[in-house]
Design a protein around this ligand. Structure first.
Ligand SMILES: Cc1cc2nc3c(=O)[nH]c(=O)nc-3n(C[C@H](O)[C@H](O)[C@H](O)COP(=O)(O)OP(=O)(O)OC[C@H]3O[C@@H](n4cnc5c(N)ncnc54)[C@H](O)[C@@H]3O)c2cc1C
Length: 529
């Protein structure tokens, strides 16, 4: 069934939410309750629904309102884990990256060349380490059976080649290396696509629905728009609340770490077409980078890794010190250093890192290799995920990263089903809504920018531009996003208010001036439905 090319079964909107919320409250039970609508929770909902379970996902805010929208937007092969000797987690990353890029979401990903310039002062040892690391990462790509067409192998660059690929680099560089990794069109859009695909498999996706009083057999759900509550009984409860997971059940040993990015004008880089990375002086396997933003005249520069102990803010913010560190470090790679006026915006997210062994919990399939406990640098904590079962039976899935969401979901649902007859995990070969292979995507009759956001649904978005001049035009001067994209988000992608539109379905909100410009269009799109 389709509405002008959009898959109706996968359409989330206010009417569907109201209908399904009422039915869920009346029935009062489901096979599985998933708490949290970030990439992990959406992945769990999809995994379980694809196995034929009845699933309710409760998200207190919007899809991707937590950490999942603040990432570097890479599906990466885990080079950094390799450098730390964590071969298992690096292989898992490489394998999941291949699945996402080749089968699950080719439309939302692209191969991105990543340049490691040899800047003055790069030691012979550091060059050798980079060469060996990139070669080993390429071996993992091969082991994961990701084709060279998807991700070409690493190679040496002469000075001239490096400067041709990234003309804004320092003139005194002596050469470099190029390798390829996966880049998402956008992280929040990946979450929405997973949740919509779960909905197409029968999952009930309830945003603005807060879970409390979690136990192994259910929880209280509160519609935050009306304040109405009801108890949902469930065969199993999966807590996928990210850094907030420890607030919902006891004994989840989290040590959040803040990672910050800058949003810069692409013009400051003279048009960046590849990612560029440079090591952070004095630190092992840590880099600062600048990444071109697909389809937008922007560059993201990252990344910091700071312990974020204490109260958890809903929207974390970079400190002035982090902004200065990123500006200085990225400037160090460039011919013309950046200035404060090049900074259009900045954002930060909290990594849900595991701090140590899970006291009082039974560790699931991936729970046996948590990182060191206690204080110290969060950069040293493992990025491995864990599935933990608390004494009251709540299953928590936490840690990990965006790239490995599918595997985390599989492990969590396996734990939820332990001992019960059920279909095996089916998500390895399950494409998300809008997905097709790259050759088919190249034939979609719509502008490349729309195909990279909507895949095979791009013509449905394009068709909406015929609804009037306002729908065909960009909604703010700093962005190519049109009114039609906002209308599509309201009708099919579950956007309930202007913030959903500006801060998650699109990322206009990353630049305050653009957000202000586009606010009226977003409010109009919500009012028109
Ligand atoms: C700066 C940074 C850069 C990163 N870059 C990358 C990268 O490039 N590639 C990569 O693979 N990974 C990356 N990661 C890691 C990745 O982003 C996270 O591991 C992942 O997004 C965590 O997703 P999650 O679903 O577990 O948590 P979240 O996205 O935080 O989702 C948890 C959700 O639970 C909801 N919730 C909380 N309490 C309740 C409740 N009581 N009821 C209902 N809902 C509730 C929250 O609103 C939230 O939406 C990065 C992380 C950071 C911080």
């Amino acid at each position: 069934m389709s509405a002008g090319g959009a898959t109706l079964a996968a359409s989330l909107n206010a009417a569907r939410r109201a209908r399904e919320l009422a039915i869920t409250a009346e029935r009062g039970r489901a096979d599985l309750l998933v708490v949290g609508g970030g990439v992990t929770g959406a992945g769990v909902a999809l995994d379980a629904a694809a196995r034929g379970l009845s699933v309710v996902l409760a998200e207190r805010g919007d899809l991707a309102s937590g950490t999942s929208r603040w990432s570097s937007k890479l599906v990466h092969g885990g080079l950094r884990y390799l450098a730390r000797g964590e071969v298992g987690i690096a292989y898992e990353s490489a394998a999941e990256r291949g699945l996402i890029m080749e089968r699950i979401a080719p439309h939302l990903t692209r191969p991105l060349p990543m340049i490691y310039p040899w800047l003055p002062g790069t030691s012979l040892g550091s060059k050798a380490l980079t060469r060996v690391g990139l070669a080993a990462a390429d071996q993992l790509r091969r082991a994961a059976r990701t084709s060279r067409q998807t991700l070409p192998g690493p190679r040496h660059l002469t000075r001239a080649e490096a400067l041709t690929m990234v003309p804004c680099l320092r003139r005194d560089l002596t050469g470099g290396m190029v390798t390829w990794d996966g880049q998402l069109t956008d992280d929040a859009r990946l979450v929405v696509a997973i949740a919509r695909t779960a909905a197409a498999h029968g999952a009930v996706i309830l945003t603005r629905c807060e879970a409390s009083g979690l136990a192994g057999d259910g929880a209280v759900l509160t519609d935050t728009l009306t304040g109405n509550s009801f108890r949902l009984r469930a065969g199993a409860v999966v807590n996928a609340a990210g850094v907030w997971a420890g607030q919902l059940t006891g004994g989840v040993p989290l040590r959040p770490s803040r990672g910050s990015h800058l949003v810069l004008a692409d013009a400051a880089f003279g048009g960046l077409r590849a990612g560029v990375l440079a090591p952070v002086p004095g630190e092992r396997a840590r880099f600062v980078f600048a990444l071109p933003v697909p389809g937008e005249p922007r560059v993201y520069a990252g990344l910091t890794d700071e312990p974020a102990d204490g109260p958890l803010p809903d929207v974390p913010e970079p400190t002035p010190g982090e902004v200065a560190f990123l500006l200085d470090s990225v400037s160090g790679m460039l011919d013309v250093p950046l200035s404060r006026s090049d900074v259009l915006g900045a954002f930060a997210g909290l990594r849900p890192l595991l701090a140590g062994p899970a006291a009082g919990h039974r560790a699931g399939p991936a729970g046996d290799e948590a990182g060191p406990a206690g204080g110290g640098a969060t950069a040293d904590l493992s990025r491995k995920h864990a599935v933990l079962t608390s004494p009251d039976g709540v299953i928590t899935v936490v840690g990990g990263k965006l790239t490995t969401y599918r595997r985390m979901a599989q492990d969590a649902v396996d734990a939820a089903l332990a001992g019960r007859p059920a279909r095996p995990c089916a998500t390895r070969g399950l494409p998300l809504v809008g997905a097709a292979d790259r050759r088919a995507l190249a034939r979609v009759r719509a502008p490349a920018r729309l195909v990279a956001k909507y895949g095979t649904e791009a013509p449905a978005v394009l068709a909406l531009t015929g609804g009037g001049p306002r729908l065909a035009e960009p909604v703010a001067c700093g962005t190519p996003v049109t009114g039609a994209e906002l209308a599509f988000a309201v009708r099919h992608e579950g956007a309930l208010d202007a913030s959903d539109l500006l801060d998650r379905r699109t990322r206009i909100g990353l630049v305050q001036a653009d957000r202000q410009d586009a606010l009226a269009a977003a409010e109009r799109a919500i009012a028109q439905g």
